[in-house]
Design a protein around this ligand. Sequence first.
Ligand code: RUB
Length: 325
Amino acid sequence: MGKGDVRSVAKDIGSLKVQGARRIAKAALLALMRAGDKSKAKDADTFYSDLLSASRELAESRPTEPMMRNALSDSLRFCLAHIHAHPSREVSQLKAALHTHQDHILYGMDQAAEKIARHGAEQIAPGANILVHCHSSTLVRMLIRAQEEGKHPRVTCLETRPLFQGRLTARELADAGVKTALAVDSSAGSLMPGMDMVFVGADAITAGGDLVNKIGTHTLAQLADRHSVRFLCAAELYKYDPLTLFGRTEPIEERAAAEVWGDGRYAKEKNGKRKTLDVPAGLRILNPAFDLTPARLIGAYITEEGRVSPAQLPGIAQRKLRLKN
Ligand code: RUB
């Protein structure tokens, strides 16, 4: 099975070469598809266990990504169901059926993103001032759609330390002709009174309707609440983490200290070259990648099924994931 491919995609996800829940889920699913296609297994059981180990390796690349886990689990479930339903079929037939199913998942993700863009654009008033955080492909698509519909939103992107994904958002929006500004994260408090809405993406949504998204999202939600600014989240239902229904706490990824310490102003010149100052002994650097915004601070989720409240979302998502009828 294409282990190398799986390993390198897992590495790209872990290093944020591939970032954002949707891109991560797609990259992981494509890696699993390629791994399945290349499998040399002669029987269905071996094929399934190969698929399972590839899926585990991919799922472990970033801990706070239920969209990836849901897409991988969907493939595994399909594979098992197919083996049970057709025990005498050749591995080649199983592979072909799985491939078709995975194509279907990928197509569904694109359709969902398109629907979210349409539903989200409806929420945007002409000329609205919108504050956004980090880089969400779902949100970017929606803002560009609003622009194409003639809404001409004015979007302010927060830089999103330490890895500055907000700059990526700013570039994509500016390239698409959206009126865009870029601001440092700590300006959020002073910018908030001038905003009509805050729009963010999602990495995970819990059974209680809480949102896990890029660190700083919770602060924005509190500020929005204080200034009576609408706080919305663009999220495909695949972001729901079904395990939280059974008491699992969504893990918050802790990333490397080097991302925070970096080589910003705390760098010194040495022989004409910039050199990062060493981290002082005993200094602990905190770098949680995500935080949790409680459901009560979220105005609505914009999903492929339309605008839903945080209380409604878990039930709707459970139906989509076929956890209930
Ligand atoms: C990205 C992030 C995004 C969500 C949603 O964090 O928090 O808001 O993943 O993205 P990171 P999308 O850069 O650490 O992956 O809408 O593309 O799924």
